[in-house]
Design a protein around this ligand. Sequence first.
Ligand code: PT1
Length: 275
Amino acid sequence: MFHCGKFQFDLKRPLVMGIVNVTPDSFSDGGHHASAAAAVSHALQLIEAGADILDIGGESTRPGAASVSEQQELDRVLPVIEALRSCAVPLSIDTYKPAVMRAAIQAGVSMVNDVNALQSDCALQAVLHSDVALCLMHKQGTPLTMQQRPHYENVLDEVASFLLERVALLAAAGVARERIVLDPGFGFGKTLEHNLVLLRDLARLQELGLPLLVGLSRKSMLGALTGREVNERVAASVAAALLAVQRGAAMVRVHDVRETVDALQILNAVNKEQT
Ligand code: PT1
């Protein structure tokens, strides 16, 4: 069982997390979704398309992205959370800032998705006395510089031991395992080869015994493999999501919800026949 605020999932089928960006640089049309109203209407479309959960983010963490102030991030995400709080699916806040976590939990989110794995000062305290789910992600470096010279002796071992360490810390603080999902952090301080190794051997991370979340949607890794620009990576993203689920991912974080749901329905039908 995966506990996500007042929601629960048995994880018998993979979950689709729809991405709701409230950042002006997120879309090629120069900030169309920057306004809260546009983000909300985009979010409602993702629910309609079959999203199981929505991940709301007010600061881009893609390579080279600049950080935004706490206040700016709050101004972006809070109106969106408030407008969506009574929608049919749980809301996740994509943030590494403790103040944003606190405000988002107060406003009704069911999950905190932290690319910094709750390593910021006070991040653990911000989530401890709540019932929200927690996504702990691995990264090397910070978004501004992480793609400059990623280096690992063994990327799988290093990602696994980092995540295990973070889980142990949360367990020691009294966080129930049912609240935790783990994410290898595709594209966060990884070369194409590192990303491919992680995806190829994702099943090894399953041995950590917690659900895995995978975010590959439209990432540069897919651009490197296909030669396609970011908005032309839908097919590659769907293929990557399908491969991730086949290798054990419990949840995929995607832009293209409808297409991903369709693909997973085929996989689910085929897998059902096996049992
Ligand atoms: C992710 C993720 C995330 N990715 C989780 N949260 C982003 N849990 C934001 C590129 O290489 O994978 N897991 N929140 C977006 N980050 C990136 C990173 C976007 C790399 C693009 C790239 O293009």
